[in-house]
Design a binder for this molecule. Structure first.
Ligand SMILES: Cc1cc2nc3c(=O)[nH]c(=O)nc-3n(C[C@H](O)[C@H](O)[C@H](O)COP(=O)(O)O)c2cc1C
Length: 203
């Protein structure tokens, strides 16, 4: 992707709605040597087991129907896509390595949010709007992207490399570029639960 193409995506995403039009997204794009340095750092940190996320995420806290869904997703990724047997620990590492490498994407967008007392939830909601607009723009223009919480595990290293102040917290990262439609991860999609499980109509 050229810089001009990335600028178009950014211009589209900039139209995302936000509460009181505060536009609380602070976005850093990394490509080329900067991204190579970051990916190398992610690899090292993952091997050390040194993670510094700004926000907790633990899927094990999602119970009931939500647990069923994340377990289905794990099964889909590890078994259906990668063909890894349940007991194959080394095989599972390949999935984590791919994740930490942004699935080979040549660009990453790091979505930072400002610290505003007691407003993390609403600011994160605005960044979610931004993120989806960014993803839709990529798709509409023939590119593709994946939002990744896995990369937000390296928030301290990312802030350091990109000279971002500690006043900004990293929500998530979008890896993007030209999708490889032949890749196994792009062969099958998990789909979604029926509308009736998510929506109640009152009329
Ligand atoms: C906030 C957010 C974080 C995500 N983090 C990751 C991630 O770290 N690694 C990954 O492979 N996919 C990640 N995903 C993608 C989801 O796993 C994916 O959207 C879901 O499994 C449904 O698959 P589909 O969108 O391909 O249909 C993330 C999605 C969102 C919205």
């Amino acid at each position: 992707m050229s810089e001009a193409e990335i600028q178009q995506i950014l211009a589209d995403a900039q139209n995302a709605p936000s509460a009181c039009n505060t536009q609380p997204w602070q976005v850093h794009i990394a490509s080329g040597e900067t991204l190579a340095r970051l990916k190398n750092k992610f690899k090292i940190r993952a091997a050390e087991g040194k993670f510094t996320p700004d926000f907790e995420f633990n899927q094990a806290k999602f119970l009931g129907k939500y647990e069923q869904r994340w377990r289905n997703q794990y099964e889909h990724v590890f078994t259906t896509s990668y063909g890894i047997a349940r007991e194959d620990k080394a095989g599972r590492q390949v999935v984590y390595d791919d994740n930490f490498a942004g699935y080979g994407a040549p660009h990453m967008a790091f979505l930072f949010m400002p610290k505003v007392d007691n407003h993390d939830v609403n600011i994160a909601s605005d960044l979610g709007m931004y993120s989806q607009t960014f993803l839709l723009s990529l798709t509409a223009r023939g590119f593709g992207g994946i939002p990744q919480l896995a990369l937000a595990l390296f928030a301290d290293d990312i802030r350091k490399e990109l000279a971002v102040s500690d006043d900004y917290k990293l929500l998530h990262v979008i890896s993007f570029g030209h999708p490889d439609w032949q890749a196994m991860q792009n062969q099958k999609h998990l789909g979604r639960v029926p509308l009736s499980e998510s929506v109640s109509m009152h009329w």
